[in-house]
Write a protein that binds this ligand. Structure first.
Ligand SMILES: Cc1cc2nc3c(=O)[nH]c(=O)nc-3n(C[C@H](O)[C@H](O)[C@H](O)COP(=O)(O)OP(=O)(O)OC[C@H]3O[C@@H](n4cnc5c(N)ncnc54)[C@H](O)[C@@H]3O)c2cc1C
Length: 210
């Protein structure tokens, strides 16, 4: 198996000689006065956030209108290894695969964004919950905490979930399973979660549903 990773692509733009990669940034302890991150992926957000909290002026440039997820290498490597050893031909299943971004407040997402169902002509409900009053946010003294769940109206299935909340980085895996195995919003709402736990906040995310 050849899995030699990837390298940052050199950008043919004026000033490229002043650019460094994330590898160099992480190995260089000298802090700049300001920094521009090219590409609005997870790494730019996490490292840009780290710099911003150190008082550095940060700008992130992204061509697309949204954040880009990236978290599959271990999973894909496992499948390739098993295919080689077992002689099988399994392919990857990316359904329900979640992304977490380690910023403050933390971000987590799985499945469709709010805009995607419109493009796919799905009829969706998008319950948005301010989670500040809930157990997880109070426990961590959060100042920003909300969830946005995308529900396919005809089937009641969850098709996307998004959190701005530190505990969202754990809860997002529940929603990953929910999406992958077709659990509905009402099933999630009606489940009795151990209390007090962060998962118990899930009941409140569907409080508006009949
Ligand atoms: C700053 C940063 C933060 C990240 N954070 C996360 C995170 O929080 N969560 C997450 O899921 N992913 C994260 N990622 C992404 C994750 O690291 C990559 O997706 C993953 O490492 C890719 O795995 P890989 O095996 O394909 O390649 P790599 O991990 O790059 O491994 C490739 C290996 O092959 C070796 N190699 C290359 N050429 C040769 C050769 N000719 N002979 C022998 N060996 C060779 C390299 O030295 C390297 O060890 C992050 C990436 C970066 C850069």
């Amino acid at each position: 198996m050849i899995a030699s990773g990837s390298k940052p692509r050199p950008l043919p733009i004026p000033g490229a000689e002043h650019m460094i990669t994330s590898d160099e940034l992480l190995s260089d302890r000298a802090l700049p006065v300001s920094a521009t991150f090219i590409g609005g992926g997870v790494i730019s957000f996490e490292l840009g956030h780290l710099y911003a909290r150190a008082g550095i002026k940060v700008m992130i440039l992204e061509a697309l209108p949204q954040l880009l997820p990236a978290v599959v290498a271990t999973y894909e490597g496992d499948i390739v290894g098993r295919n080689i050893v077992e002689g099988s031909k399994h392919g990857p299943n990316y359904e329900g695969m979640a992304t977490a971004v380690y910023t403050v407040p933390a971000l987590a997402a799985v499945g469709l964004t709010e805009a995607a169902p419109t493009q796919k002509e799905l009829a969706v409900d998008v319950p948005v919950n301010d989670m500040l009053g809930r157990f997880s946010a109070k426990t961590d003294a959060e100042t920003v905490a909300w969830s946005k769940i995308i529900v396919d109206r005809p089937t009641d299935r969850i098709v996307g979930a998004h959190f701005v909340d530190r505990q969202g980085q754990e809860l997002i895996n529940v929603f990953g399973l929910t999406i992958k195995f077709g659990i509905t919003a009402h099933q999630l709402k009606d489940h009795v979660y151990a209390y007090p736990t962060f998962s118990a906040d899930i009941n409140h995310m569907f409080a508006h549903t009949a």
